[in-house]
Design a protein around this ligand. Structure first.
Ligand code: ASP
Length: 329
């Protein structure tokens, strides 16, 4: 759907709870995600023309998935559609309607691969479209306000009026409408009555690793299978058994969700060092919800440079895919 106008906003539909439906309007948890098309979602946002102020709106249904089932195939399609629209000079920004479960992983994937100057804004909802008071329409409106804001750039997430960076955003609540946090880094800004109030001056994401060309993005589309990277966790009584099994099963990368400042049970650490010596790429991240692993003299396994375990996994997948020895920023 394209409407006339001098510049345009593109809304890409991916599914999630925001597009979910329940049999009963009062049911906020017993619903099926990814049922309603993106055009229909936008029709529910009655004040959209006010925010768009004459700009054209383009919608595309890229996928229709519950984001707990997110796949590399969907990421490939999404990256290509984003790259296509970003190269259109008339496009001011992109909004992506997404499930909340893996939103932070998609955000980091897109930020790493696209490193866009224009805004790419992921939004979502915690209640289905059929809820008594769905949060999706307001979140969409807020996301479009961010996409139109001259101060916005790169991949960000917008939920419950809060703007988060791709690096810091993390789902930290399974039910609350304000389900995301930027941890101790804090949010980038807030959306208030269609206006963005930035609270951080430096909003450019520093990713010293590769910027992917359109050809490189197309290349990853044709790659199957993607590198296999798994996450193992440290906990009381942890052992190296899982790591040894995964190495025997051909894993190419391992992210350790460590305790505290990157600490590991000695048996798990020994197994990870064995894996590393055998050619498996290993990264340490912290399982703590806030903060990052601080590198120190004597570390035997590299840290994730502040990325959470799930984002470190995305970084390792992409680094292995690009044939790099390290891809974290
Ligand atoms: N399972 C849903 C999804 O991630 C949850 C949500 O969107 O809130 O697609």
């Amino acid at each position: 759907m394209a409407q006339p106008g001098s510049s345009k906003i593109v809304v890409l539909g991916l599914g999630g709870t925001i597009a979910g439906t329940a049999a009963r309007a009062g049911d906020n948890i017993g619903y099926s995600a990814a049922q309603v098309g993106v055009e229909q979602l936008l029709e529910a946002v009655q004040t959209l023309p006010v925010v768009l102020a004459g700009r054209a709106l383009v919608t595309e249904q890229v996928a229709q998935v519950d984001s707990k089932d997110m796949s590399f195939a969907v990421w490939q399609d999404l990256a290509l559609r984003c790259a296509h629209w970003l190269s259109d000079a008339a496009v001011q920004g992109i909004v992506i309607t997404h499930g909340t479960d893996t939103l932070e992983e998609t955000a980091w994937f897109l930020q790493t691969v696209l490193q866009p100057d224009k805004p790419v804004v992921l939004t979502c909802a915690m209640r289905p479209a059929t809820a008594l008071t769905p949060d999706g329409p307001q979140n969409i409106l807020d996301a479009i306000a961010v996409a139109l804001d001259p101060g916005a750039q790169g991949v960000v997430a917008v939920c419950a009026g809060v703007v988060h960076s791709a690096r810091d955003v993390q789902k930290d609540h399974p039910y609350r409408l304000d389900a995301f946090t930027s941890g101790d880094a804090g949010p980038l800004g807030y959306v208030e009555e269609n206006t963005v109030r930035w609270v951080k001056n430096d909003r450019k994401e520093a990713i010293p690793s590769m910027k992917w060309s359109l050809d490189a993005i197309k290349n990853i589309v044709s790659t199957t299978p993607w590198p296999r990277v798994e996450i193992v966790m440290n906990y009381a009584g942890a052992s190296g058994a899982m790591v040894d099994l995964l190495v025997r099963d051909g894993v190419q990368g391992l992210v350790a969700a460590c305790t505290g400042n990157g600490s590991l049970h000695q048996d798990l650490e020994t197994a990870l060092m064995r894996a590393q010596a055998a050619g498996v790429k290993v990264l340490r991240a912290t399982r703590c919800a806030q903060g990052r692993v601080l590198p120190k003299v004597g570390d035997t396994l590299p840290d994730s440079n502040g990325l959470s375990p799930v984002k470190a996994r995305v970084a390792l997948v992409l680094a292995l895919r690009a044939g790099q020895s390290a891809g974290t920023a």
